[in-house]
Ligand binder design. Structure first.
Ligand code: ADP
Length: 325
């Protein structure tokens, strides 16, 4: 007999959210986030990721369906559900006139952490904020504020940490520091859920990845099995002329223009070869100046799963225009 599967850290069933005004942000999402996983939640802008996280955080009311956090139902046992999760929001919001130490002490108070069990200085040290413990939060740099948000989410020692786009607009050095710390937490047993636009980040960090698109789960697999779908290769052709859309001769192919001179055709290596793509172009009388091939990666799998319903909603978002604030 196999032993029963452990309770998932987060269990979501048939979750629906319709905002006032009629926008259906979640259309029946069911998802298990296993205990101890480093779980990536990916999706193009507007897919419903923040809505999901805000429902878990108790900030948005769901329309239908169920959510259990660490086995606690968010409707029937909201206190325990809330105590089991720490959420790092996207926005940097603090009371400017509190010091990091005070921000954390207040948060600990809100969660009813007794003084004897508070780890305020320990967490500030771990987030490299100990020397800023007693300055006004408004004087912190963007990166420090981001670390303070993580510290705040950890103050009640939750078994689950959720990071909502934690590195949008964060410089590379800080990003690496953040991930090093998140990896440590994960190694120490914390279940980590992160939403990110940076697919390479999910590819590097996460052991399991769910992709949502238009309020529905379109993939939910281990990273390894998602990557195994990357049977595709991309052949990029520099043409002898400018074109404004993929030529008709490639109608049966997954062809996209990178710019008016470069055509990228994704093909499944099990069924197709670059030669067939080039042959089709030659037959149509289109001259080729240069050919390169690229291996597919998570981004290609992601695009394949999301692009048909959401043309133009690319995964690799530009850096936040607001920079590191
Ligand atoms: P993501 O985090 O994946 O970018 P969101 O959950 O923010 O997606 O948004 C999902 C959809 O719900 C989008 O179409 C968005 O415009 C809409 N939406 C989000 N918040 C609200 C709100 N408060 N009122 C109405 N519509 C909303």
């Amino acid at each position: 007999m196999t032993s029963p599967a452990p309770t998932p850290a987060i269990r979501i069933r048939d979750l629906v959210k319709t905002y006032a005004g009629g926008k259906q942000a979640l259309r029946g999402v069911s998802l298990d986030i296993p205990q101890g996983s480093m779980f990536g939640l990916l999706g193009p802008n507007g897919a419903g990721k923040s809505t999901m996280i805000n429902i878990m955080a108790g900030l948005v009311n769901k329309t239908a369906g169920g959510v259990e956090i660490w086995g606690f139902d968010i409707d029937r046992d909201p206190r325990n559900a809330k105590a089991s999760i720490g959420i790092v929001p996207q926005e940097l919001m603090f009371d400017a006139f509190f010091t990091p130490y005070e921000v954390l002490e207040l948060q600990a108070g809100l969660y009813g952490v007794p003084r004897s069990r508070r780890r305020t200085m320990e967490i500030l040290e771990a987030m490299k904020l100990a020397d800023k413990a007693h300055v006004y939060s408004r004087t912190l740099s963007g990166g420090m504020k981001r670390r303070l948000l993580i510290a705040k989410a950890l103050i009640h020692n939750p078994p689950i940490l959720v990071l909502d786009e934690p590195t949008a607009g964060v410089d590379i050095e800080l990003r690496q520091q953040l991930w090093a710390y998140v990896r440590q937490l994960h190694a120490a047993g914390t279940t980590v859920v992160l939403t990110t636009h940076y697919l390479e980040e999910a590819q590097e960090l996460c052991d399991r990845i769910a992709i949502i698109n238009h309020g529905q789960v379109v993939a939910n697999e281990t990273k390894a099995s998602l990557m195994a779908q990357a049977h595709d290769k991309v052949v990029v052709v520099r043409l002898d002329r400018e074109i404004s859309s993929p030529p008709a001769c490639l109608a049966g192919f997954d062809a996209r223009l990178r710019d008016p001179w470069h055509l990228a055709v994704t093909y499944d290596t099990r069924r197709m070869s670059a030669g067939r793509v080039l042959g089709a172009l030659a037959e149509a009388g289109i001259g080729i100046e240069e050919v390169t091939t690229e291996e597919a990666d998570l981004e290609d799998v992601f695009l394949r799963l999301t692009q048909h319903q959401a043309p133009g909603a690319l995964a690799a978002a530009p850096e936040s225009p607001h920079g590191n604030q």
